[in-house]
Write a protein that binds this ligand. Structure first.
Ligand code: HEC
Ligand code: HEC
Ligand code: HEC
Ligand code: HEC
Ligand code: HEC
Ligand code: HEC
Ligand code: HEC
Ligand code: HEC
Ligand code: HEC
Length: 406
């Protein structure tokens, strides 16, 4: 009995080894080992060997199909060979592995890229037949795909703007479709500068605001949330003012309506009234409030500046000014609070920190004045003292000379 059973098992194993049971190969098992495609396609092979796919045995056949160990072109380009990969075919091809939960689990990679892409502006337009939109290989490359953590990857945080900019900064495409040159605009922004300076820790790249695979313009009504992820105080102030509801009702782009989306810019205090006047007619409440903000902010900022100059002068005398330097920082903090409060467009809320900034500047100026007065008085007393001492000495000498001669 046992012998019979052993024989049966041995026979089954032998059959299995001979490949009698057809087995559906998992995509990842179509291994690169022994592939000869590269002998006829050396350019693609060189690129592929530098990429992440080669590291874990994803070979040419994984993406293109075909017969890897064939030496003749016709034989190699047979079987599952997909032929020329069209742009329309690329996303589903990448997704054959990247949307496969089981295949991606060991690598800890998420499997949502394809589903998100399908909902993006790019994916939607591709389905409508627009072949100029981005497919996976436009952003990642086809043969030299690298992990986004690799500084050489097209998707590395510092390279993202350039990757998007190949199309969104392309002069011909922009002209043809009358698109804004968002790449050039972004390049001039404080955001791009901060990203390049600090390695992208806190500053937004294109995909921070648009989503990575789901890239679409933020809808009006959600923009303050997008910006508020980093500028929380301004967002809260904005939400507490009339603009949140007012702009939504008029379909205006919230934060972007004043600051722009790509070339985000701050305003000089003197330019605030001009900014408000873009939407508010001269004698309306909005314009009046805008003019007062501009005037009062400029006055407070100038006052703090005067105090700063007084401190600089005092420390050149030299005089102890550590306390004053600290107080000066307080005054500047109050100015910054006012710049946040501007987003409520409520005068009371803005005037309060401006008053505090002015008060601190006043205190600094007054204190320095008092100390200079004391210092000057001492100086005067010292002069009188030395005058007295030297005068007395002179008189004593004269008296002595007189007695010597006499
Ligand atoms: C013996 C040489 C040879 C081998 C081996 C070979 N190819 Fe090719 N391949 C060619 C030539 C030549 C062309 C261009 C002419 C043509 O379209 O047939 C080509 C074209 C292609 C194209 C472009 C098709 C198009 O229409 O633009 C792809 C993709 C491709 N090969 C992939 C592969 C893959 C994957 C393998 C391995 C499974 C492979 N090739 C093996 C010679 C070869
Ligand atoms: C990660 C998927 C992937 C792998 C792996 C891959 N390719 Fe490709 N290949 C593509 C895509 C996508 C295209 C279409 C062109 C594009 O989008 O740039 C392409 C295009 C090609 C072409 C057409 C000419 C060209 O460069 O556009 C050839 C030939 C080719 N691949 C050969 C190979 C060979 C040989 C290998 C293995 C060394 C390989 N590919 C590995 C995705 C891949
Ligand atoms: C045959 C299966 C397969 C196909 C098809 C495939 N990939 Fe991959 N891909 C993998 C595997 C497996 C890894 C993980 C490799 C590793 O970490 O060693 C990977 C890794 C990646 C990574 C790096 C992820 C990270 O964060 O490290 C990117 C990006 C990527 N693939 C993009 C693509 C794109 C774009 C395509 C289509 C042009 C594609 N892949 C087609 C299997 C595949
Ligand atoms: C418009 C450009 C763009 C397109 C199109 C695109 N990607 Fe990406 N992809 C990126 C960027 C940028 C990152 C890096 C994101 C990050 O660092 O947060 C990324 C990251 C990835 C990763 C790493 C894991 C992850 O989710 O962060 C994989 C895998 C990946 N993409 C696969 C794909 C596949 C598959 C497609 C096509 C269905 C695709 N990508 C289309 C830009 C793109
Ligand atoms: C291969 C070229 C190409 C690349 C690369 C590219 N895009 Fe696009 N993108 C397009 C085209 C074309 C459109 C459609 C423009 C139009 O006609 O309105 C578009 C549209 C968009 C839209 C608007 C979608 C809508 O619903 O209106 C956003 C947002 C966008 N892209 C963001 C990005 C970001 C972010 C990146 C980089 C991570 C990127 N794109 C990379 C070609 C590209
Ligand atoms: C700080 C957030 C932010 C960053 C960073 C950003 N965008 Fe935008 N983008 C927006 C907002 C908000 C809109 C919608 C503007 C509106 O409704 O007026 C938009 C609109 C767009 C549009 C549609 C423009 C149109 O009028 O059709 C495209 C395309 C686009 N962005 C691409 C990019 C690219 C490419 C980058 C990187 C070079 C980028 N964006 C960086 C926030 C951002
Ligand atoms: C990922 C975080 C992040 C997001 C999202 C973000 N910002 Fe910024 N923002 C920054 C950083 C960092 C700076 C630079 C601060 C600095 O250099 O002091 C900055 C600076 C600014 C400035 C000051 C510019 C200047 O010249 O001083 C304005 C205005 C601004 N952002 C508006 C916006 C708007 C509007 C949005 C949404 C469309 C937005 N930000 C989204 C991080 C972000
Ligand atoms: C009505 C026009 C307007 C709107 C809407 C608006 N801002 Fe401002 N923003 C200003 C003015 C005016 C200033 C103060 C002058 C300055 O420093 O730029 C400012 C300043 C800023 C600064 C720089 C602060 C500093 O300390 O220098 C940031 C960041 C900022 N706003 C972000 C936002 C965000 C985020 C939103 C949306 C929640 C938003 N703004 C909406 C007008 C506006
Ligand atoms: C992009 C257009 C736009 C800009 C720029 C703008 N506002 Fe407004 N503002 C609105 C809208 C929309 C409302 C809602 C009431 C309405 O529809 O007029 C509003 C309402 C107001 C109100 C309440 C009006 C009332 O009658 O109670 C004040 C105050 C105000 N804004 C002040 C300002 C100030 C100050 C600035 C400049 C820092 C400014 N706004 C810039 C669009 C704008």
């Amino acid at each position: 009995m046992t012998n019979l059973r052993l024989c049966a098992i041995a026979a089954l194993l032998a059959l299995a080894a001979l490949g009698a049971f057809p087995r559906v190969a998992h995509p990842l098992e179509r291994a690169a080992a022994g592939e000869r495609c590269g002998t006829c396609h050396p350019k693609q092979r060189t690129l592929h060997e530098e990429g992440i796919h080669a590291r874990d045995g994803v070979g040419c056949v994984g993406c293109h199909g075909g017969v890897g160990d064939a030496t003749e072109a016709a034989a190699a380009h047979s079987g599952s060979f997909k032929g020329k990969l069209t742009r329309e075919a690329v996303p589903a091809m990448c997704a054959s592995c990247h949307a496969d939960v089981k295949a991606m689990r060991p690598y800890g990679l998420s499997t949502d890229q394809y589903a998100l892409y399908q909902q993006s502006g790019h994916g939607t337009k591709l389905r409508e037949g627009d072949r100029r939109v981005a497919v996976c290989s436009d952003c990642h490359g086809a043969h030299d795909i690298r992990s986004p953590k690799d500084p050489e990857a097209r998707t590395f945080v510092a390279n993202i703007a350039a990757t998007c900019g190949r199309c969104h900064g392309d002069a011909a495409l922009i002209r043809e479709r009358r698109l804004p040159n968002v790449h050039a605009e972004y390049g001039k922004s404080a955001h791009a500068k901060a990203l390049m300076a600090h390695g992208g820790e806190n500053a937004p790249s294109c995909v921070t605001c648009h989503g990575v695979h789901s890239a679409a313009p933020p809808e009006t009504g959600t923009i303050h949330t997008v910006c508020g992820r980093c500028h929380g105080e301004q967002r809260d102030a904005f939400a507490n003012g009339p603009h949140a509801a007012g702009m939504k009702a008029k379909n205006q782009a919230e934060c972007s309506a004043c600051h722009g989306s790509h070339e985000v810019k701050a305003f000089e205090p003197k330019d605030v009234p001009l900014e408000c006047a873009r939407c508010h007619a001269p004698m309306t409440k909005g314009a009046i409030v805008g003019r007062r903000i501009g005037r009062e902010y400029a006055a407070a900022a100038a006052h703090v500046e005067r105090a700063a100059q007084a401190v600089a002068k005092a420390s050149a005398i030299p005089m102890r000014t550590e306390d004053h330097v600290e107080r000066l920082a307080d005054a500047r903090t109050h100015l910054a609070e006012a710049r946040v409060a501007v987003h409520t467009v409520r005068l009371e809320a803005i005037e309060e920190p401006l008053r505090r900034a002015g008060k601190v500047a006043d205190e600094i100026e007054r204190d320095l004045h008092d100390r200079r007065f004391v210092a000057n008085t001492w100086k005067l007393l010292l002069i009188v003292f030395w005058f007295y001492v030297l005068g007395t000495a002179y008189l004593v000498r004269r008296a002595r000379q007189a007695t010597d001669q006499g």
